[in-house]
Design a protein around this ligand. Structure first.
Ligand SMILES: [Zn+2]
Length: 228
């Protein structure tokens, strides 16, 4: 089921509870709430026509606020699994507090937890490992039509991997700022990307472009190559 449907349902239930509590007939109009929520609320109202919800006058802003702030992140089994993986990883001592799950057609294709320290691999982030495992299982080199659930907002490396893998959507739980507070700060990398090569902390020096271009020419001219 799509997320907006979960959200719409949650809003509908919150509205119904509120209406029951106040004994008031209500309608979803003129909400000053975030556009996404407003959209979902309208949608929920549409779906709830039979309940004749009518919110008017002074009650509307109060109810809108109640609804907007009563919407907790959805109970999503895939995200719950990603979070469980992150917790397990801490408890087992295998690695950092990160987990990720790749999902296709409502089924988990692959899952992974951070294994940087366990495998001496600085690239062994949960998202990268889950993407590798999913591609291996599906025998593909991109994950079109798949979604990834990560217990934390992906770092620049994982975000790059997600784009290369052409995942359809990214869901995340902890924000990058939350990770930063416990010692995983990737903001430096984002800042570095914006810097000219010469001003980065790790110097980037170009050399031998002419020779390297030979491989690109060969690729361009190669018939029947597997493009990706
Ligand atoms: Zn990462």
């Amino acid at each position: 089921m799509q997320d907006w449907r979960f959200k719409a349902e949650r809003i509908r239930v919150a509205a119904l509870l509120q209406c029951n509590a106040t004994g008031t007939k209500t309608t979803f109009t003129n909400f000053r709430v975030p556009s996404y929520t407003r959209f979902s609320a309208k949608l929920a109202a549409k779906e709830s026509m039979s309940t004749d919800l009518r919110i008017r006058g002074l009650l509307a802003p109060a109810l809108a606020l109640t609804i907007a702030y009563s919407i907790e992140p959805m109970d999503n089994p895939f995200m719950a699994r990603a979070i469980q993986l992150s917790l397990n990883n801490v408890q087992s001592g295998r690695g950092g507090p990160f987990g990720a799950v790749v999902v296709k057609d409502g089924n988990i294709v692959a899952e992974a937890a951070n294994l940087v320290t366990a495998t001496n691999d600085p690239t062994a982030h949960a998202e990268v490992l889950a993407i590798r495992e999913a591609c291996k299982k599906l025998r593909v080199f991109d994950l079109e039509g798949c979604e990834i659930y990560s217990s934390c907002e992906p770092c620049p490396m994982c975000l790059g991997a997600i784009y290369w893998a052409r995942l359809a959507r990214v869901y995340f739980a902890n924000a990058a700022a939350d990770a930063s507070k416990v010692g995983f700060d990737d903001s430096l990398i984002y800042r570095e990307i914006a810097q000219p090569h010469s001003q980065r902390q790790i110097p980037m020096i170009q050399m031998m472009r002419k020779q390297a271009l030979a491989a690109f020419r060969a690729w361009e001219n190669k018939p029947n190559k597997i493009e990706y």
